[in-house]
Design a protein around this ligand. Structure first.
Ligand code: 3PG
Length: 385
């Protein structure tokens, strides 16, 4: 695919689709990981003398309406503090826009525009008419075929991949298509059902699979243990057994349990075969965590998605912390993705020690599943013309 870095951007109207969909509370950005990831692309375009427009969605507003709580204004305020050039928010842009080289214009939430979600052709053409070059850089939204991620690229004079998107595809490709071995995948989170296709895909790639969180509870049940009140999915026990038959999935030997789902609840360490009916597994026990850390120590490639316990509760955060630290200390090529995973990495301030942190949540999982990402398919088709 064509890359932004291969093009001369001077004096060109450059429309960059970023994923600036970040959590906001009381008008302030609460996690800026995605914004920091988008900054180099924006700076590169400004420094190259382009007339820079940046567009993104934020949240899931009702299409066709302007809803204050979904405005990109907090993001614009954030960027104004970081970028050394003028940054402004533009609400009316569909019929044309005046942009100067040296400034950055942020287009208000694309999901306020009717037709965005269904990849409407007329809207896509309106976006395309704003620019000489369309840069798709929003890896986090590359799994959506929408007007700002897909349709616009069909009609823009030139469509290319931005450095963030290109970097994500490289890093994920490196981890998945020809990984240095052994490759260990860590999949945590609450439900097997939401990650079954990911688990299946990884079972064909990884040498070992570590399961955590509610997912691990279903595997514990699949080994015939009582899981009491633990979050687990009975109907997916056969799937868990099938995965265990095909792949080395280290066994949990001990767990941390509680009787109430609360951040005040003390953690009690139990052997895995000693969980009572009124208890809930909320974390690995110390032996299990130590074993998982040992497995990670031997890995040459690590892919991590999903926390390994209820890490928001300090008493049940040890397992996730041990995993995060083991990955951070490892010399393997390590890649992590997903909102909760990034929150866990931030909780222990380990972001600098992971080889690559993906900005994708759903997009990261779909890439791992091997699904084609519509925005990437569009760029490939344009490059092939
Ligand atoms: C995400 O946060 O996963 C992306 O920004 C996509 O958002 P969406 O699921 O609302 O399309």
């Amino acid at each position: 695919i064509l890359k932004m870095t291969e093009l001369d951007l001077a004096n060109k109207r450059v429309l960059i689709r970023e994923d600036l969909n970040v959590p906001i509370k009381d008008g302030k950005v609460t996690s800026d990981a995605r914004l920091r990831a988008a900054l180099p692309t924006i700076k590169l375009a400004v420094d190259a003398g382009a007339k820079v427009m940046v567009m993104s969605h934020l949240g899931r507003p009702t299409e066709g309406l302007f809803e204050d709580e979904f405005s990109l204004l907090p993001v614009v305020n954030y960027l104004q503090n970081i970028l050394s050039c003028p940054v402004r928010l533009e609400k009316e842009y569909l019929t044309g826009l005046d942009v100067q080289a040296g400034e950055v214009v942020i287009l208000e939430n694309v999901r306020f525009n009717k037709g965005e979600g269904k990849d409407d052709e007329a809207l896509s053409k309106q976006y395309a008419a704003l620019c000489d070059i369309y840069v798709m850089d929003a890896f986090g939204t590359a799994h959506r075929a929408q007007a700002s991620t897909h349709g616009v690229g069909l009609f823009a004079p030139v469509a290319c991949a931005g450095p963030l998107l290109a970097g994500e595809l490289d890093a994920l490709g490196k981890a998945l298509s020809n990984p240095a071995r052994p490759m260990v995948a860590v999949v945590g989170g609450s439900k097997v059902s939401t990650k079954l296709t990911v688990l299946d895909a990884l079972s064909k790639i990884a040498d070992q699979l570590i399961v955590g969180g509610g997912i691990s509870n279903t595997f514990i049940a699949a080994r015939g243990h009582n899981v009491g009140l633990s979050l687990h999915e009975k109907d997916l026990i056969p799937e868990a057994q099938r995965l265990m038959a095909n792949l080395d999935i280290p066994e949990a030997t001990d767990v941390r349990v509680g009787k109430n789902f609360s951040d005040q609840e003390p953690a009690v360490i139990k052997q895995v075969n000693d969980v009572q009916d009124d208890e809930e597994i909320m974390d690995y026990g110390p032996q299990t965590a130590a074993h998982v850390a040992e497995v990670l120590k031997g890995a040459k490639t690590i892919l991590w998605n999903g926390p390994c316990g209820v890490f928001e509760f300090d008493n049940f955060s040890k397992g996730t912390e041990v995993v995060a630290r083991a990955i951070a200390e490892s010399s393997a090529f390590s890649i992590a993705g997903g909102g909760d995973t990034l929150a866990a990495i931030d909780k222990w301030d380990l972001a600098d020690k992971i080889s690559y942190i993906s900005t994708g949540g759903g997009a990261f999982l779909e890439f791992v599943e091997g699904k084609p990402l519509p925005a990437v398919v569009m760029l490939e088709a344009r490059a092939a013309k």
